[in-house]
Structures are given as C-alpha cells and as structure tokens.
Design a protein around this ligand. Structure first.
Ligand code: MF3
Ligand code: CO
Length: 283
C-alpha cells in the first residue's frame, strides 16, 4: 500500500525535507582538501541536532546489522552507503556523494548530492552533470498520469545515451514515517510499467550512475558499495511530492543571505582637478 498524504502530513514531511536539505547544504559547504569523511559525518550529526532532527541512517537495521554512521559519504569509486572514517582524507580530484536522511518530529526527509574537489577530470564532471540531469529527468516524470516505470525509464535512457550506466542494486523509495516505504523507484525500467503516481505520494528519486560498468561489489566493511571496475560513481537524490500541479521537490534548502563585513571603501583620489573620481568598486 502506497500512502497518499494529507495536506497536514505533507506539511510535516515538507519540514523534515527542508531540514534534510539544509543539513546537506551545510555539510557540502565543508567539503575541502584535508577534511576527513569522519569530520563530515560528525559535523552532520551536530547540524541535525542544531535543527532539532536526528539521523535516519544511524542504527538503521538491515538484517542483523546496524548502520554505524550518521550520514552516507561515498568517495570516488564508492557508490553509496560509505561510512565516514578518519582514514579517508579528501584530496583535489576527489568527488564525494553526501547522502543525508533525517527524522524530524517523526517524519523523514532524504536527499543526496555529489560534490567535487577541483580540479577534476572532464569525464568526471560529465558524470556529475549526467547524474544530476538524470535526477531532473526522473523528477519531470513524477506527475499524474505517469507510472513509476516512466521515472525509471527516463533516468536509464538519459544515462545510457551518454555511455554511462545505472546501478541496479539500489532504488529510490517512498518516504514517510520511515525511510524506505513503498513504492520502490528503480533507476532502470520500461515506460508505462509499475505503480501509477497519485496525488499525495512522496517518493525519493535517486539515480546512482557509474562512469564505467554498472556492476558493484561491497567493501570490507560490508556496507560500502563500490564499483567493480573502480571507476567513479555519482549519486543525486530529492524527495518529491506528487501534486496535480506537477512534481513538488521537497528537499529544497532555505535561502540564506550571507552576512560578511562590508569591504573597505577606497579613499577618493586626491589631487585630480575638479573631479570627485573614486576608483571603480568591483561587485
Ligand atoms: N538515503 C539513503 C537511502 O535512501 C540512506 C541510507 S542509510 C543506510 O538508502 F543506513 F541505509 F545506510
Ligand atoms: Co534515499
């Protein structure tokens, strides 16, 4: 059974999603050479606490195991579910997928983004662009009259047209009081298949795209998925609400105006006859 959320429930999910997006923004802003993925995970834990939320990943149960980190941080050939560690120091040329799922007042918000430490190889930039474009193409299908398979097909066809591949082992999902609810939202499939999209559904759409082949395996920690060919992988995710007006992206962060001290104004130029010329101020 796929939940159709009331306007009241949507308000709650919207709040959780906004917080998830805010935390994602804040963590991505910290990504820089020299920081470890452990630092990023700890920072995310603090941001969540500051905003009154908690990690939906920490202690997440799969079989007999519980996820040990507060976020998923997946570097380069890591696809998803990477665990922050002091041993992973970020360097120029790396890409890192930051996946933030929070619980706020009992509701989930889930989103992810892959960011780069410049400079990166042109093909890696293409991977990031393609994965983000694939998410956008999937979201464009998240509307009444379409089915889950239309989202899946839009993502797969965009990615494969660019010579890259979609990961099959992990899927997007419904979002509500728990992180993984029906329906499953694969990143590959056929048009006009799977569940019909209806008003009030909230789904996380999350293409995972490999620059090389689709195959994955697991790292020694048994959580981190990595590409079999060790080529890089990217991941973008939004939680989306289906409405009669079209897809509503719920994981949009609040807008903030940066507050920086005013730059010092240069002194007017002296000694220029009859002029009050001031050197040009650059924006
Ligand atoms: N956003 C991820 C997902 O949708 C969160 C996974 S948390 C984990 O699968 F605990 F399962 F790793
Ligand atoms: Co998700």
């Amino acid at each position: 059974m796929i939940a159709l959320r009331s306007e009241m429930e949507i308000r709650s999910i919207r709040e959780a999603c906004r917080i998830a997006a805010d935390v994602l923004d804040r963590v991505c802003a910290l990504v820089a050479p020299g920081i470890t993925t452990y630092d990023l995970d700890q920072a995310a834990k603090r941001f969540m606490a500051d905003l009154g939320a908690e990690s939906a990943c920490y202690n997440y149960k799969v079989g007999a195991r519980r996820f040990p980190a507060f976020t998923c941080l997946s570097v380069n050939e890591e696809v998803v579910h990477g665990i922050g560690t002091l041993r992973r120091v970020l360097r120029p040329g790396d890409i890192i997928a930051v996946d933030i799922a929070v619980r706020y007042k009992g509701w989930i918000g889930d989103n992810a983004r892959t960011v780069a430490l410049l400079p990166i190889a042109p093909e890696v930039q293409l991977l990031l662009d393609t994965t983000q474009d694939a998410l956008r193409a999937g979201i464009a299908e998240a509307r009444l009259g379409r089915r889950v398979g239309d989202i899946a097909h839009a993502i797969q066809s965009l990615v494969e047209a660019r010579g890259m591949s979609v990961v099959r082992e992990f899927v997007g999902h419904g979002v509500g009081r728990t992180m993984h609810e029906p329906p499953q939202v694969p990143n590959f499939g056929k048009p006009n298949t799977l569940e019909k999209l209806k008003t009030g559904m909230c789904i996380a759409i999350e293409p995972m795209v490999n620059l090389g082949k689709a195959d994955i395996e697991y790292a020694d920690d048994h959580w981190t998925a990595i590409t079999r060919d060790r080529r890089p992988s990217a991941h973008f995710e939004h939680t989306v609400h289906i409405t009669p007006q079209g897809p509503e992206i719920l994981t949009i962060p609040p807008v903030r105006v940066a507050t920086r001290p005013e730059p010092a104004r240069p002194e007017p130029v002296e000694g220029v006859e009859g002029s009050a010329v001031t050197p040009a101020l650059h924006a």
